[in-house]
Write a new protein. Structure first.
Length: 406
């Protein structure tokens, strides 16, 4: 059964310059590294592999960048969905500081890639704001603010008296240079344009079967051809069942609407996230559209229900109007939703399978999926080249936090 993971009209791939098409694989082939999955996480992984001269093939069962990548709102941030205090089941305070630094370093790496390849993906560095309109959230936000301030992250506290934003709030935490934004589809296009002559890329090529043979893998594709590789890298997003029977994440549906271009900028462009449950996240596009997402619900069954989506898009518009009354008569140009995976500890799934040697995962689960796939790609290169990975990598694939599927 093919599960339906994206629905609607995604804004990010509605661009004139699409990622170029690649042929399907119709002959047997060998390589050192096979990356399965050509969404943004697979493309990021392929970029770092190519930069390190690893003999690599990238395959995707569909077109590159058209699944969850096309609907990721790409608020690139170091902060997590949960606050430091909510993560104490999993991490010490020092761990959380290191995890925030992992995110900040990944943001620097994205910046380095843009410097090298140019900015053709609407990339901007941004400050980030977590805010709440509820007085009762003050204590929680202040605690997170104090934690970050005491650990030397550049943060500012905002409240209703000192509120530089053109919308009301009771409490907020502004992180200076805490984030960035881009069009994820165009970022992937840039990566693919750069690596297409360094690695082999095949579309419409599905990994159907994985056979482990001594120290090699044999992958059988949908056309029955074989790919032999030493290292197998799973970047299949929310489809990991071919590689592991573990339940690696909890699946939700996240909904997004994008307005028509607005005459006036609604605010200065900071990346916004409220403190509600389910939460809302907002950002602006370069031509002044409001992009607002959230209203997540648990993904049950195999399909995204139209009825739910219609209701959720209305709720998002209502939320936006309550924040900015001038949006009442504004048209919504794009409505879309996608399955979004979260893990209990907020981190992505990155690392080597604990039972199958040389099978690696770079699965950008969680709200920082893109950011962490940068960290993941760099660490997988290190593991394959026999170099020491980051000391925090074990946080990203800790079996104690993963439940075995019954
Ligand atoms: C609604 C939403 C909002 C998000 N917002 C953010 C955000 O603000 N910030 C952030 O950092 N991250 C965000 N993310 C997460 C981030 O986008 C993820 O890292 C990303 O969606 C997953 O990327 P991917 O490349 O793994 O997935 P996909 O784009 O889904 O790519 C997986 C690819 O694998 C292919 N594939 C699957 N199985 C096989 C197979 N057997 N053989 C060959 N190919 C296969 C599929 O065809 C697909 O193209 C968001 C995600 C969603 C869904």
């Amino acid at each position: 059964m093919i599960k339906e993971y994206v629905k609607g009209k995604p804004y990010f791939c509605d661009v004139t310059e699409k990622i170029q098409s690649f042929p399907y694989l119709d002959y047997d082939i060998s390589c050192d590294c096979l990356i399965v999955g050509g969404g943004i996480d697979g493309a990021i992984t392929a970029y770092y592999f190519a930069e390190n001269n690893l003999d690599t093939i990238l395959i995707d069962k569909n077109r590159l960048g058209f699944l969850n990548t096309s609907c990721a709102t790409a608020l690139l941030e170091y902060q997590l969905d949960d606050h430091a205090n909510d993560l104490k089941r999993f991490f010490t305070k020092e761990d959380v500081v290191n995890i925030y630094r992992v995110g900040l370093n990944a943001l620097k790496d994205i910046d380095l890639i843009i410097r090298k390849l140019g900015n053709k993906c609407q990339y901007n560095k941004r400050d980030t704001l977590i805010f709440s309109t509820k007085k009762g959230d003050k204590k929680e936000i202040i605690r997170e603010f104090e934690f970050r301030k005491n650990n030397k992250f550049p943060v500012y506290y905002v409240d209703e008296i000192h509120n530089p934003f053109p919308f009301s709030l009771k409490t907020g935490l502004l992180a200076k240079n805490g984030g960035a934004e881009f069009n994820p589809y165009l970022f992937e296009k840039q990566l693919i344009d750069y690596i297409k002559n360094k690695i082999k890329i095949f579309e419409n090529t599905e990994a159907k079967q994985v056979i482990k043979k001594d120290d090699m893998f044999e992958i059988i594709t949908n056309y029955g051809v074989k790919i032999n590789c030493k290292y197998l890298i799973c970047c299949t997003g929310y489809n990991s069942l071919l590689f592991t029977n573990k339940k690696l994440c909890e699946k939700y549906i996240s909904y997004t609407i994008v307005t028509e271009p607005l005459k006036k900028k609604l605010w200065n462009g900071e990346l916004l996230q409220d403190n509600s449950d389910p939460y809302h996240y907002l950002r602006l596009s370069p031509n002044n559209r409001l992009i607002i997402g959230g209203e997540d619900i648990l993904f049950k069954g195999d399909f995204i229900k139209d009825k739910d989506a219609v209701k959720k898009y209305q709720m998002l518009k209502q939320y936006a109007i309550e924040m900015f009354s001038q949006l009442e008569y504004v048209n919504i140009d794009y409505k879309f939703c996608g399955v979004f995976s979260t893990t209990k500890n907020n981190l992505s799934v990155i690392g080597e399978d604990e039972r199958i040697k040389n099978l690696f995962y770079n699965l950008g689960y969680g709200a920082n999926g893109i950011v962490y796939s940068i960290y993941g790609a760099k660490n997988l290169v290190n593991l394959i080249l026999g170099k020491s990975p980051s000391p925090y990598l074990s946080f990203f694939f800790s079996t104690s936090k993963i439940t075995i599927k019954q």
